[in-house]
Unconditional design. Structure first.
Length: 104
């Protein structure tokens, strides 16, 4: 194996991943161009970002125990009251830090 082969393989992998990323995105746009945008489909598309966040966050909370659950609850409460994402994240991080410093 020459010294340039790992570099070439790395670049090939990067280009292959970029091509697949583009094809997945373009394929999604192409597919949605053939779906009639009924009220039901619009509601589903509007709910999709929240579903993705929940699918990402809830397994972490389940593994991390009560500290993560209370931090998530604090962030959700602040989001419901203030409707500010930055303050909600700050409240969640602050609550997690306070609970960890208390030994919980």
């Amino acid at each position: 194996m020459s010294a340039t082969e790992p570099l070439a393989l790395g670049l090939l992998a990067i280009f292959a991943m970029a091509a697949m990323n583009y094809l997945m995105r373009a394929g999604g746009f192409w597919l949605m161009a053939h779906v009639p945008l009924t009220a039901r489909v619009r509601r589903m598309l509007a709910a999709l970002p929240g579903s993705i966040v929940m699918a990402t966050v809830l397994p972490i909370v389940a593994k991390s125990g009560p500290t993560a659950f209370v931090a998530l609850a604090a962030a959700a409460a602040v989001m419901l009251v203030v409707r500010n994402e930055f303050l909600a994240v700050a409240a969640g991080v602050l609550m997690a830090a306070l609970m960890r410093s208390a030994g919980i």
